[in-house]
Design a protein around this ligand. Structure first.
Ligand SMILES: [Zn+2]
Ligand SMILES: [Zn+2]
Length: 319
């Protein structure tokens, strides 16, 4: 009896240990496959805490950038220093642009040239709406002196890594490899042609809104996705801006109330708030306006209207 109890207990403990270690191992493997690294959570506002829009989806060590905002390469270098080895700047080779507003593309030249100067040999691959190719051509022309000097002079830079292959895309699957399937879908951002992106990786489905007013495409493409990364502005700040700015916000961006409705319909596992825009208030620059558009106010409004898991994203956060 005593012996049996002892051996049963040993057996139970062995099973417990096996399943515990197995599930820990599984959790680690799952966590190591896909990392979302927020490289820039800002807007056109030159906020020293927030770089221009850029999200890195890192799958099995390969980074895929969404948007190329100001400061992207330096933020990637910081993430690399923090332990995300895939974000070594020379590893930045693929970018997806949501639309051609300057806050989303000011880092285009940076991603094209800085990793090349550091030794990247492959051309940069950029996916984006019509107009992306012209932008790339203009950047190459603008940096003609730099590129010539570095390739022909004593810096001995390679002649391939400063090139860019632009893929002007239509909605649908725009990219596929062993790590990801990337689908672009049309969102509504005033008169701009703008895309949101859906990433399917071996362990997660991630949807990135880009800049948009409330869009059915977000609901359809997320629909129970693991992570929804969405732009937003506060209702409180909107109440303080002029009728013209209110009109602009309605046509270009998404309020907390509207985002709560979208999230309630589409039920993401996690909602990450980025690009907390405050147009109208940014220009008025009053304390009242600034507070009405603050992160605290935004989270208060979101928690009032939405009961799913929601966080405010910061630069260099990893999910
Ligand atoms: Zn923007
Ligand atoms: Zn925009």
């Amino acid at each position: 009896m005593n012996n049996c109890w002892r051996s049963c207990r040993t057996l139970a403990l062995t099973f417990l240990l096996f399943f515990t270690s197995h599930s820990v191992l599984h959790a680690q493997t799952a966590a190591s496959k896909t990392q979302i690294v927020l490289l820039g959570t800002g807007t056109p506002l030159p906020d020293p805490e927030r770089s221009g829009p850029c999200t890195a989806i890192v799958v099995n060590g390969t980074p895929y950038l969404v948007d190329l905002g100001t400061g992207v390469v330096r933020r990637a270098a910081t993430a690399r220093k923090n332990g995300v080895t895939g974000l070594e700047p020379t590893n930045l080779k693929i970018g997806f642009v949501t639309h051609l507003h300057s806050d989303h593309t000011l880092g285009f030249a940076d991603v094209l040239l800085t990793p090349w100067i550091m030794g990247r040999k492959q051309p940069l691959e950029v996916y984006g709406p019509p107009g992306t190719r012209a932008m790339a051509d203009h950047i190459l022309k603008a940096y003609d002196v730099d590129i010539k000097t570095r390739t022909k002079g004593l810096e001995h830079s390679n002649k391939t890594g400063c090139n860019v292959n632009v893929h002007e895309i239509k909605p649908g699957v725009v990219y596929e490899d062993e790590n990801v399937t990337v689908k672009a879908f049309v969102v509504s951002h005033g008169e701009l042609q703008a895309y949101g992106y859906r990433f399917e990786t071996p362990d997660r489905t991630i949807v990135i809104s880009g800049d948009t007013k409330p869009s059915r495409a977000i609901v359809e493409n997320c629909h129970g996705c693991d992570v929804l990364i969405h732009e937003v502005y506060t209702q409180a700040s909107s109440d303080l801006v002029s009728p013209e700015w209110k009109q602009y916000r309605l046509a270009y961006h998404t309020s907390s109330k509207e985002l709560a409705e979208i999230a309630t319909k589409t039920k993401p596992g996690l909602l990450i708030l980025v690009h907390r825009a405050n147009p109208g208030c940014d220009q008025a620059r009053t304390e009242e306006c600034r507070e009405a558009g603050s992160e605290e106010q935004l989270l208060k409004e979101m928690h009032q209207a939405y009961n799913g898991k929601v966080v405010a994203g910061h630069d260099l956060d990893i999910y």
